[in-house]
Design a binder for this molecule. Structure first.
Ligand code: NAD
Length: 460
């Protein structure tokens, strides 16, 4: 029965205690919400650009004022470290502020034509459905709703079943900030119910999906039936390529954080470390203290660097990549007792064809793989259906640029592990995704280009 209401117990992954019980949205209620979003769209799209921008700035201010509360909710709901969770809430604020400047700057073009004037308009799409995974509930929600709202769309958003709490709070803050009712609705629920309705309901004009590649493919296929535009941010198996001429100490000291941050539950995790064979042993020796030094503890403590995994089932999946005969080169520590803990684990040397080197683990397990030379490094890095992120460590500028261009990936950093800045584009090559979020171009993903010709010739 589609109208049946069920509930979901949200669990703290660090303690296994139930934090809150949330009502799951039925398919019928999802359709009702889409209908309300459609009505709200008729007014929201006509709110003057200045007022739309002002409302989004107020929303950003409300998020900022609630930052510590949002962060604490995320620590409880997702097991994120408090440091990360504060950054994540701040990211929502910053993304809102950035796109709050967009409504007055949503320029079209004037194109020279004979006999009249030709202008283009960036029209909003209508109702945008945003589907969010559990690994970064706040930022990924904001990357969808902020540019969508700025461009004049209304939004229905489905958080992941296990991590709905910060999204629900953000929807409250939007209302407190003065956004009209139904401009941003958060619908907790199952992917196969709420998410599927975003795909199937013709009242939703676009789907923004972040999650696993398999579900992303199904979402894309479903959207194809209505030629519904879709943005996909999917999985990754990114390479951290360390050349012999790199600052090895810095490369080794930072490598654990590039994969173990958020307990490895990061689509940008550099979960393959490719190390030039001539420095392989030296690099592993430098890596060991860095791995053992990662502070895996109660995520609510200020100096925690890694928390638990999201669920018991996910921990089981991660553990399957470390069977008894796995080549464990080193392991960090993790608390005993309650909570879905898994220690930072380094597998080395790993054959590039091994499951640990080809599949997305989405946990604190990294495969270290030796390579011979630049061509070999590029070949191994590209030998993946994914292409989301990556890093290159070298002191040779020419090599840095050559390899940056040669690796098939959407985001790459040299002598750094940064992937995400809200004002630069983010997205994947190959099966890591379709389209780009963030940065100046994201608005194009939330608008349709309309061409208007106005004749200026006097009619005879
Ligand atoms: P998932 O694919 O299981 O779920 C993602 C979202 O889709 C959830 O809200 C889920 O309820 C919903 N969903 C599930 N089935 C659906 C269906 N049939 N129709 C519509 N929606 C459906 O992924 P997850 O386990 O929550 O997240 C982990 C994955 O997300 C990893 O693969 C990770 O790499 C990826 N990810 C990618 C990015 C990126 O930006 N590229 C960012 C974060 C996470």
């Amino acid at each position: 029965m589609t109208s049946m209401t069920t509930t979901f117990d949200v669990v703290n992954p660090a303690t296994e205690e139930v934090v809150e019980t949330v009502e799951l949205t039925s398919a019928e209620r999802t359709d009702d919400a889409v209908a309300r979003a459609r009505t709200a769209y008729d007014t929201w799209r006509h709110v003057s650009p200045g007022d739309r921008g002002r409302l989004l700035r107020r929303f950003a201010d409300a998020v900022d004022a609630d930052l510590e509360n949002l962060a604490r909710i995320e620590v409880r709901n997702a097991g994120h470290t408090i440091g990360n969770a504060r950054w994540e809430a701040g990211n929502v604020r910053d993304v809102l502020t950035y796109y709050a400047a967009a409504p007055e700057r949503l320029f079209g073009r004037q194109i020279p034509v004979p006999g009249g004037i030709d202008v283009t308009f960036k029209e909003p799409l209508g109702v945008v459905g945003v589907i969010v995974p559990w690994n970064f509930p706040m930022p990924i929600a904001g990357w969808g709703f902020a540019p969508a709202l700025a461009a004049g769309n209304t939004v229905v958003l489905k958080p992941a079943e296990v991590t709905p709490l910060t999204a629900l709070r953000l929807a409250e803050l939007a209302l407190e900030a003065g956004l009209p009712e139904n401009v941003l609705q958060v619908l907790p629920g199952k992917g196969t119910v709420v998410g599927a309705r975003f795909v199937e309901n013709p009242g939703v004009n676009k789907v923004v999906f972040t999650g696993s590649t398999d579900v992303g493919k199904a979402v894309m296929a479903g959207c194809a039936a209505q030629v519904k535009p879709v943005t996909l941010e999917l999985g990754g198996k990114s390479a951290n390529v360390v050349f012999a001429d790199a600052d090895l100490e810095r490369a080794a000291a930072t490598a654990p954080y590039a994969v173990f941050d958020n307990a490895g539950q990061d689509c940008c995790a550099r979960s393959r470390i490719l190390v030039q064979r001539s420095v392989f042993d030296e690099f592993l020796a430098l890596l060991e203290p860095a791995v053992r030094g990662v502070k895996v503890q109660d995520p609510g403590t200020d100096d925690a660097e890694m928390g638990p995994l999201i669920t018991a089932a996910h921990r089981e999946k991660v553990a399957s990549f470390v069977p008894d005969d796995a080549p464990v080169a080193m392991q960090g520590s993790a608390p005993d007792g309650k909570g879905f803990w898994f220690p930072p684990t380094v597998l080395a040397p790993v054959d590039p064809g091994d499951r640990a080197a080809t599949e997305e683990i989405f946990g604190p397990v990294v495969a270290v793989i030796p390579f011979e030379d630049e061509a070999d490094a590029v070949r191994i890095a590209n030998d993946s259906p994914y292409g989301l992120s990556g890093s290159i460590w070298t002191e040779n500028l020419g090599r840095a640029l050559r390899v940056s261009r040669a690796i098939d990936t959407g985001n790459i950093s040299v002598n750094s592990h940064s992937s995400v800045r809200y004002w630069t584009p983010f997205g994947g090559f190959k099966q890591s995704g379709l389209g780009r979020e963030l940065g100046p171009d994201a608005l194009d993903a939330f608008t349709e280009l309309k061409n208007v010709f106005i004749a200026t010739e006097e009619s005879s």
